[in-house]
Design a protein around this ligand. Structure first.
Ligand SMILES: [Zn+2]
Length: 253
């Protein structure tokens, strides 16, 4: 089996106080929003679709947000892999918070993988997470995605040779991460199961979770199955990075 190429896609950034995360105090940090394009064996697989290009809504309802020209969905796909949204064969939504599903509606020819649990939660979230799903139904209901295009995942699922979904709940009940065979070893595209590398390294859990024990179990699932990582909001990654992803094989359990 050939190794797959993974390219980090930046969909924008928001500013927030680091203590918002309950980590070490660190003042205001810029939080990039990362997805990933997986290419190989004639397929284009996209992990998460970022923010809807609606800065007015984002700045009013969410955090102060910027989306640069090459971070706009169509531009980012062109630069990352020379493709258009119509060329995407598979979308995997790690979870359905507004910053991971924002451009689902622009992808017209793909199958969409999401956990069955997450899809249910998106319509009826627990109260402490309601804001992260609120007023975003148009980004994932039948207005955005053909109902027949969804593939609801309930456990470990291979979506293509070398591309495996493993449930990693904790950030949300239905969260899942994607494990990809690359030339550098297995890379975990973790979504928000790990949002910052230092969280995994130091075993911090932030306050945006549905279950602390699940978060810790998911950290171990990731450490057991991958040697490097592309976390959902890690500031040290570069736009369109496609090699030298941060190593995690030395991290303690
Ligand atoms: Zn999230």
């Amino acid at each position: 089996m050939e190794n797959l190429k993974v390219t980090a896609i930046k969909y924008g950034a928001y500013r927030m106080e680091k203590k918002f995360y309950d980590y070490e105090p660190g003042g205001i940090i810029s939080q990039p929003i990362w997805g990933a394009l997986i290419q190989g064996a004639g397929r284009n697989i996209l992990v998460d679709t970022g923010l809807e290009y609606n800065l007015e809504w984002l700045n009013k309802n969410a955090l102060p947000t910027t989306i640069e020209e090459d971070e706009i969905f169509e531009n980012a796909l062109a630069k990352a892999g020379g493709i258009t949204p119509n060329d995407v064969d598979i979308v995997i939504n790690t979870h359905m918070h507004y910053d991971h599903i924002g451009n689902n509606r622009l992808v017209k020819n793909a199958l969409f993988y999401v956990s069955q649990r997450e899809y249910q939660i998106a319509f009826a979230p627990m109260k402490c997470q309601a804001k992260l799903y609120e007023n975003t139904h148009h980004l994932f209901d039948e207005r955005a995605v053909d109902p027949f295009a969804w593939r609801f995942v309930t456990g470990i699922t291979d979506v293509a040779p070398g591309v495996r979904i493993i449930p990693t709940p904790g950030h949300t009940d239905g969260h899942m991460s994607v494990f990809v065979k690359t030339a550098e070893g297995t890379l975990c595209v973790s979504g928000d199961a790990v949002n910052l590398i230092e969280a995994l390294e130091n075993r911090y859990i932030n306050k945006f979770h549905s279950s602390i024990p699940d978060c810790y179990r998911s950290y171990d699932v990731i450490l057991d199955n991958a040697v490097c990582i592309l976390p959902g909001h890690e500031p040290s990654l570069q736009k369109f990075q496609s090699s030298d992803f941060p190593r995690i094989d030395g991290f303690r359990r």
